[in-house]
Design a protein around this ligand. Structure first.
Ligand code: FAD
Length: 328
């Protein structure tokens, strides 16, 4: 992972793209804290930052607020998570249009989970899967800008119908250790392939704890016909309580050694060291075996993810340039 080569902006061409996931602030009072975190994360020149969306639209305004902040105050591409569970076609259509109107051109299309105890067919809504939302995003974009006029070189005033503008990125979720409802590993590959066929151009994985889980999944996905990049989603988990909560939320069982090491460490610094070094090893392993970048779950904190990137030599752009110049 040596830092070599520069492009016009002086950025390292061979540096794997880094992206971050944020969630919207729960109150107005913590919004400035999140904005400061965003500034610090932006210093590593991420490819995009994604902002989660409460299933059922509970966080719509706050998610949009963070995405607008990214658009207006940073140079980072904002990616909006959108969920469609519980929405009618018309509601989902309006939602996508609202985000496109706000200037968002990258999406992570999800179905989302129905509320606990929801009645199937009653509360699930009109769109049955993330693949249908992917199609809807493309369709709404096409309806907004059915065609564009492009000038013809050398013929002043003459135009032709240009290509339709496509949303920049339409990402989808992938599940290396299997979706909780999955009965066979092939179902997870089929679900991802359906999302690609619907028009997704990037997959981001659920977190996983062993490099082989990700690498084996990518291998099976390629064998099954999936061609889009599959970004590994990695989270440095720095407290036992957070690990327990994550396990509950995702159903992805952590390795016993990580749980035990976090539990036995006496203080927060030592626990953070355990969590960050575990995630850094995992990230290095998947990058070494060809992962196309890293998507880091931040928990709205900058310390652990920036520490992880520093350990991999993927820290701030300025630091990379300095290092490169001093080795010439
Ligand atoms: P789909 O793949 O379309 O799945 C829809 C439904 O189909 C599932 O609920 C399940 O019933 C069934 N299903 C899916 N895969 C299988 C399978 N292999 N076998 C059998 N049945 C299956 N949730 C939010 O509410 N907001 C977010 O912002 C959010 N961000 C996420 C980001 C990432 C990177 C990931 C990995 C997950 C995120 N989630 C989020 C959670 C996600 O909504 C749930 O995991 C949900 O169960 C699946 O959503 P999906 O988009 O993959 O839907």
């Amino acid at each position: 992972m040596a830092a070599t080569g520069t492009d016009a902006r002086g950025a390292d061409r061979r540096r794997p793209p880094i992206s971050f996931e944020l969630f919207p602030p729960r109150t107005d009072a913590v919004a400035p804290v999140l904005n400061r975190t965003i500034d610090l994360l932006a210093e590593v020149d991420p490819a995009f930052m994604s902002v989660t969306f409460g299933a059922g639209g509970s966080s719509r305004d706050r998610s949009l607020g963070v995405l607008r902040h990214l658009l207006e105050h940073t140079e980072v591409e904002p990616m909006a998570h959108l969920t469609c569970v519980g929405s009618s076609h018309a509601e989902a259509n309006r939602l996508v249009r609202e985000f496109l109107d706000a200037g968002i051109t990258s999406f992570l299309a999800l179905r989302g989970d129905p509320p606990a105890g929801a009645e199937p067919d009653v509360e699930l809504g009109d769109l049955g899967s993330a693949a249908e939302l992917v199609q809807l995003i493309h369709r709404v974009q096409e309806e907004r800008e059915p065609f564009g006029q492009v000038g013809l070189p050398g013929l002043p005033g003459a135009t032709r119908i240009g290509d339709r503008r496509r949303p920049e990125r339409v990402a989808v979720a992938a599940f290396p250790t299997g979706h909780p409802r999955s009965r066979a590993p092939e179902q997870d590959i089929d679900a991802l392939l359906a999302k690609e066929v619907a028009g997704a151009n990037l997959a981001i994985t659920q977190l996983f704890w062993r490099a082989d889980d990700y690498l084996g999944f990518v291998e099976r996905a390629r064998a099954g016909g999936v061609t889009i990049p599959i970004l590994p989603g990695i989270m440095p988990v720095t407290t036992p309580a957070r690990l327990a909560r994550l396990t509950e939320l995702t159903g992805v069982e952590p390795p016993a050694e990580l749980s035990i090491d976090l539990e036995i460490e006496p203080d927060a610094d030592a626990q953070a060291e355990v969590g960050v070094s575990y995630a850094a090893r995992l990230a290095a392993d998947v990058l070494d075996d060809g992962a196309p970048g890293l998507h880091l779950y931040t928990f709205n904190r900058h310390e652990a993810v920036l520490d992880l990137l520093d350990r991999l030599g993927l820290g701030t752009h300025e630091r990379l340039v300095t290092e490169r110049n001093t080795t010439r």
